[in-house]
Design a protein around this ligand. Sequence first.
Ligand code: ADP
Length: 360
Amino acid sequence: MPATRDQIIDRLRTVNDPELHRDIVTLGMVKDVDIDGASVKVHVELTTPACPLKDTIERDVRNAVLPIDGVDGVTIEFSAQVQQSPQARAKLDNPLPGVKNIIAVGAGKGGVGKSTVSVNLAVGLAREGAHVGLLDGDIYGPSLPTMLGLGRGTPHTANNMIMPFEKAGIKAMTIGQLVEPDKPLIWRGPMAHGAFNQLAKQTEWGELDYLIIDLPPGTGDVPLTMSQILPLTGAVVVCTPQKVAQDDARRAIGMFRELQIGVLGVVENMSYFIGDDGKEYDIFGKGGAQQMADSMEVPFLGHIPINTALRRNSDAGDPSANFDDAQLGGELQNVVRNLAGQISVKALSGAAGQPTLTVS
Ligand code: ADP
């Protein structure tokens, strides 16, 4: 006799989302169960296409359903629906209602790889299937024109809105394409506020799952403006392993906390170097940023090695190529998925108080 839908749903109630510690039925992630004789198809909706736990959930669903009498095959079909952040939902007069999550990337000081991480987070999330935008909030030293290879083109405008550039699967905007390349960018406080405000709000972002904002280094006018005008899901702090870099990163974490922006995690950049001999060299002391993250009680999102191809691809404006390199691409994908996981945890831990059951 074939298994019944109720039997299968009952068994699926034993499958917990590993990060949320609630079962996938209660969380509303089971969208459909299809029984065709002894074959069962379960449709699971994830909260991000970059889910770090997809393989675990797939294995647990199979292990839960396969032992049921009358079942001899289980297929799991995944889809993904990124949730709008609680912050975006709560913001009155939200200037970017089509953007589900806004994530700022900051660092205590310049040169630690904040723009590199911003670009690769954006491109990595897009490669997983998300709709992603990248705003160059570093209005003093914009890196996006080079890192995305935007050339000399100026953006199109329509109905008083600026059309973003489309590169490497993402939408991007930067002040660097609106001013002459070698012109010094000197902004007094109110002008910095105005420039950031205009770039953020007057770009036609459309519908986005994630908007990544590359902040200027340190703690200045732009993060303050940003926290006032945009509903941030949270921030990522980039840090190199050395003690001096950690001290600056602690200040950046402190700044986000003062601005009431939750820290989604720390990325350790320039973590280690792999030589031509295949050996790993700890140039700056791998693990320093992770220890700092632990001591500040913020999640650690992963390590990015010192890698010549990463620098070359950044200079050449070809970030997608970073993901073709197995070792570098693997580390970047790990950071991308851990970030997406943290964003989902934030979104769902707010919603988990009101369980929904949407099995049709
Ligand atoms: P920031 O935004 O913090 O000032 P950038 O992202 O602009 O730093 O990086 C500074 C320079 O270091 C760039 O030339 C970039 O390509 C290079 N870089 C950053 N991270 C790495 C890395 N992990 N391996 C090699 N080069 C890197």
